[in-house]
Design a protein. Structure first.
Length: 276
């Protein structure tokens, strides 16, 4: 039985961080053989490689060995699993696969643990650097064991904003372009690195002052959402719902001031009758 306690959260974090580190080491080793990696297109803009699958095996074996009754939810790992079970691990074995395959150093392993639908622990390991970002509910967020906090910038003209383009979803492109046009002129800059897990890490660390994306899967954001919240930030859907489900949907994160500004800006730029 999983108990909602600091000791249980710490134990879960220890296991998921260890699994993420092991998977990241494997991916890092395979990066030197990038030209021989087998990969296939799952859709026009979405790819999976044998490295994703190898990382997945490492994570699955580590977590199921410690928690054999748990469920695993992930793009390559039972994507239809319920998130309301007693214990669910929400896993992205390689977030930023396209970046990895092209040698662009923005990819990570992301693992979160949810008990009865509530996130209790999360870990993101940035593969090229080995940096570890972790959090437990109510226990704060850390980078390599040192506490981290969101930024304190409250002026949009000084803010760096992260975003994600509509991913294989042409229906969202017109709305996204409206949003981008409303946000970009008022900021110090916009960034789209290509890994949602690391986008949220950047918010938690204060590198980004806010971030939004219109469509994400739960394994893209689960660990990062906990990191941002435990680092003092705010995470909601783009429509402003703080009860973000572990399901497909939009996400808006930032320090409190920039979250408010970005939420208001996106809402004002959304045509009447369009659901966010």
């Amino acid at each position: 039985m999983v108990q909602d306690s600091s000791s249980e959260a710490a134990s879960l974090l220890s296991h998921i961080e260890g699994a993420a580190i092991a998977a990241a080491e494997y991916i890092r080793g395979r990066a030197h053989d990038r030209g021989h990696i087998e990969w296939r297109a799952k859709s026009l803009t979405d790819f999976v490689s044998d490295v994703d699958l190898g990382s997945e095996r490492i994570i699955r074996e580590a977590l199921m060995g410690a928690y054999p009754d748990a469920l695993i939810l992930g793009e390559e790992l039972s994507p239809e699993s319920s998130t309301d079970a007693e214990l669910v691990f929400v896993v992205d074995p390689l977030d930023g696969t396209t970046n990895f395959l092209h040698g662009f150093h923005e990819y990570a392993v992301s693992i979160a643990a949810a008990a009865h639908g509530e996130l209790v622990a999360g870990a993101v390991v940035e593969v090229p650097t080995g940096d570890r970002y972790t959090a437990t509910r109510g226990g704060g967020a850390t980078k390599n064991g040192e506490a981290m906090r969101v930024s304190t910038i409250d002026d949009p003209s000084r803010a760096l904003i992260g975003t994600g383009f509509p991913f294989g979803d042409d229906d969202s492109l017109d709305l996204y372009l409206r949003h981008f046009a409303a946000v970009a002129p008022h900021t110090a800059g916009m960034r789209r690195p290509g890994s949602a897990a690391l986008d949220l890490v950047h918010v938690a660390c204060g590198h980004f002052d806010a971030f939004w994306e219109l469509s994400l899967a739960p394994w893209d954001f689960a660990a990062g959402m906990l990191l941002v919240r435990e680092a003092g930030g705010v995470v909601t859907t783009v429509s402003g719902d703080a009860n973000v489900p572990l399901d497909y949907g939009s996400l808006l994160a930032g320090n409190p001031a920039m979250h408010r500004w970005l939420a208001a800006t996106l809402t004002a730029a959304t045509p009447v009758g369009v659901s966010l």
